[in-house]
Design a protein around this ligand. Structure first.
Ligand code: HDD
Length: 752
């Protein structure tokens, strides 16, 4: 079968390798079992420690290394012990004076066990509390070497990385699919020290100056009196803030678009947001913005799906990432740079590069690929890795420096501060996930949770007692040297005049959208503002929308039942940026989830289509009336009770069963079976929801009767009824490559 995309991705290679029976070679991962695209169904052995989990140089007071492999695994050895290594005979009964007697205070095992449990939780992140992480490898293309001396961007240099994706507003246990910005934070364990790129999936930010960060977060989080709503901006305080701080307009319209509800972490762009200053070997500087471009394209949920998932599978994004990596469908992103001359005014084509509420359209400054990120290993322990990882925008390497963006300046303070509360002390860089892979030779000593046993007597310099060590390095020995930029100015609390433009780029975004994307944006504003109680908040925000576009404002006002105000200022006339739209191309379908609805008699045909799905690099899930084995041979992964349409990217409906037998549930049996007998309502719900969410639906044989009972015409866009399963799959794939059957969402004429 012809694949719908030209990219020979890592997944393709893995599939080829699996077919050849040879173990797959994955950069950064030791050869082990060849990965399979099957959904993982069985528990697996704990993974070996990652390189970044290897111990620091710690020694016992007598100089013996204490960092044994057993120590690293924490749970080594066959016998249960206390935290002190004492073997335990019984961990289920407290020590009592007789079986019904009082518990004795001397029970040291009980005391230790409960004491530790009582302290298992640490404070969640004040923002980005909910997240999911994975390990991977970054390979530089060498294409950036003329603008930066950063070693990890060198040609074919491979650097281990850890990435944490997150939502911003919700608590640790909140749902993944809420409408929100997503964090995309990458820790590169480079040979020159750790570099953290702490970005988001939206290229602009709500505010221009970090001093407003507590304000915007207070407004976006729950109301302080009731601590509701959780993980969403659909409430008065957020829209009150956004209406009064119109610099948030640009970020907010991105949130109201599909970018606020990604289909998967694997299908999001990432942005460093700020402009950074790159320095090459000669000391020449270039301004740059960082971009992550997903190989799978940028795709979103539709709002109803996102809402259903909040209940049906609140862990949807976390599960999707973990399962994809576990099954060998390693997600990949290209790192790209937009480059700008380092001029004294730090403007480019009239755009202020120090204003984090502005983008530079890709048509004006193309994104130049400089390396490839592959996420190829899941975490072994969520707490130790995803929860304890500590990012900081100030973790820089030679060749990458900061600019005077006032939003970045505040961040340079905030990230270290927060780790001290969250990770209880200043020694969090020693936690396994945070340890640099470059040698550390600092003069920091002591503090809570110090795990290193530092030797030497002179942690200060210059000294004469430790042989003068450590010495400082020059730029030629790999030291980080700040760019000697000249600064001057009066001390003021003011923003430059260029920061006053709050609407032109929100309008640029709106004008760059396709009709269906505009329709979804209108629906999102109408939903969010419709959840506000304060009339003044809604009316004020309609005035903001009027400054973006009259049609947008009118459509939302209509939904709210309010009059549409006029713009308070002349509208800008920006040239649309096609790169901002998510629609109109085709992308690889690797790792997509295909639900196959089947009855017992379909086993042979289902087996063939299931294999075809696997061969196409996707994940087949068989949905049958009950669990067990379909036809005694194929594992049923979802039943009519456990399946919900939101889990699948496309559905395939198997042919109807032999006459007189029931494939689709009890009602069918009562009706005597046959193709025309009533279909199980849960199957009808699956199909009608998938149809409503514009997902491709394929089927073969008598599937057309099932579809017709669901009220779906066989000629409907994106519905493919073929002679057999593999042909139905083939027809379905062309729609899946475009992500959805966009024709099923007719947009209002005014939006076209
Ligand atoms: Fe931030 C976490 C991204 C502005 C203060 N931020 C955090 C994370 C991401 C971002 C992805 C989660 C990191 C992780 O997974 O552990 N933040 C951004 C971006 C911003 C931004 C892209 C604007 C361009 N942040 C920002 C400002 C401030 C902070 C202006 C404060 C002045 N951010 C924090 C924090 C967090 C954080 C409070 C919470 C947990 C943490 O740092 O480690 O310090």
């Amino acid at each position: 079968m012809e694949r719908s995309h030209p990219v020979k991705s890592a997944v393709d290679k893995i599939i080829d390798t699996v077919a050849s029976g040879q173990p797959a070679e994955i950069p950064g991962v030791p050869n082990s079992e060849p990965p399979s695209l099957e959904e993982p169904t069985e528990p697996r052995e704990p993974l070996p420690p990652k390189p970044d989990q290897s111990g620091p140089d710690t020694y016992s007071p007598t100089g013996q290394p204490t960092d044994t492999p057993q120590g690293k695994m924490a749970q080594g050895g066959p016998y249960l012990t206390t935290a002190q290594g004492l073997r335990v005979r019984d961990t289920d009964h407290s020590l009592k004076a007789g079986p019904r007697g009082p518990v004795l205070l001397q029970d040291h095992h009980l005391r230790e066990k409960i004491m530790h449990f009582d302290h298992e939780r640490i404070p969640e992140r004040v923002v980005h509390a909910r997240g999911a992480g994975a390990h991977g490898v970054f390979r530089g293309y060498g294409a950036a070497s003329n603008v930066t001396r950063a070693a990890f961007l060198g040609k074919d240099v491979e650097t281990p990385v850890f990435v944490r994706f997150s939502t911003v507003i919700g608590s640790r246990g909140s749902a993944d699919t809420v409408r929100d910005t997503r964090g995309f934070a990458t820790k590169f364990y480079t040979s020159e020290g750790v570099f953290d790129l702490v970005g988001n999936n939206i290229p602009v930010f709500f505010i221009q100056d970090a001093i407003k960060f507590p304000d915007v977060i207070h407004a976006a989080k729950w109301h302080p009196d009731r601590e509701i709503p959780q993980a969403q901006t659909a409430h008065d305080t957020f829209w009150d803030f956004a209406g009064l701080h119109t610099e948030a307009t640009h970020h907010t319209i991105w949130n109201m678009s599909g970018r606020g509800i990604p289909r998967s972490y694997r299908m999001m762009e990432g942005f460093g947001v700020h402009t950074f200053r790159l320095v090459n070997e000669e000391g020449a500087t270039t301004l740059a913005k960082f971009h992550w471009k997903p190989k799978l394209g940028v795709h979103s949920l539709v709002w109803e799906e996102a809402q259903l998932l909040g209940g049906v599978d609140p862990d949807f994004h976390r599960r999707d990432l973990f399962d994809a990596i576990e099954s060998g469908a390693y997600p990949q992103w290209e790192l790209g740079l937009q480059l700008f001359p380092d001029t004294p005014d730090q403007m480019f084509e009239g755009i202020d590069l120090l204003d984090s509420t502005k983008i530079v359209p890709e048509e004006l400054a193309p994104v130049q690929p400089v390396g490839l990120l592959t996420l190829n290993a899941n975490t072994s322990n969520f707490f130790a890795e995803t929860e304890q990882v500590a990012f900081h925008v100030g973790h820089l390497v030679p060749g990458i420096d900061v600019t005077d963006d006032p939003l970045l300046a505040g961040r340079l303070f905030s990230y270290l501060d927060t780790q001290i509360t969250r990770l209880a002390g200043p020694n969090f860089p020693q936690l396994p996930i945070n340890r640099p892979h470059a040698p550390v030779n600092d003069m920091q000593r002591d503090g809570f949770h110090q795990t290193a046993v530092h030797r030497g007597v002179a942690p200060y310099r210059p000294n004469s007692l430790d042989g003068g060590c450590p010495f400082t390095a020059g730029a030629d020995q790999g030291a980080f040297v700040e760019v000697p930029v000249e600064v001057s100015g009066r001390k003021v609390r003011e923003a430059p005049a260029s920061y006053d433009d709050h609407f032109s780029q929100a309008r640029l975004f709106w004008l760059s959208m396709s009709p269906v994307e505009r329709e979804h944006i209108v629906a999102a504003y109408t939903f969010e503002l419709g959840k506000c109680y304060e009339q003044a908040v809604k009316e004020r925000y309609l005035r903001v929308l009027a400054n973006i576009d009259p049609v947008l404002c009118r459509q939302v006002a209509e939904g709210l039942g309010l009059p549409a105000p006029d713009a308070a200022q002349p509208l800008a006339d920006p040239t649309p940026s096609p790169a901002l739209s998510q629609i109109g191309q085709t992308w690889p379908t690797d790792g997509r989830i295909i639900g196959i609805i089947a009855g017992d008699d379909d086993a042979e045909a289902v087996g063939a289509v299931r294999q075809a799905v696997l061969d196409a690099g996707m994940v087949p899930l068989i949905i049958a009336p009950t669990g067990g084995m379909l036809g005694g041979t194929l594992p049923v992964q979802r039943t009519f009770t456990t399946a919900r349409s939101v889990e699948f990217d496309a559905l395939l409906v198997a042919s109807a069963p032999a006459p007189g037998k029931d494939a689709y549930g009890a009602r069918d049996a009562k009706a005597g079976g046959g193709a025309d007998s009533p279909v199980d309502p849960r199957v009808l719900l699956l199909i009608t929801e998938a149809y409503r969410h514009a997902k491709p639906i394929g089927g073969w044989g008598a599937a057309s009767q099932v579809l017709s009972q669901a009220g779906i015409p066989a000629q409907a866009p994106g519905v493919v009824v073929a002679d057999d399963g593999p042909s139905a799959l083939d027809g379905t794939l062309q729609f899946l490559a475009a992500h959805r059957v966009w024709d099923r969402f007719p947009a209002a004429a005014e939006l076209t």
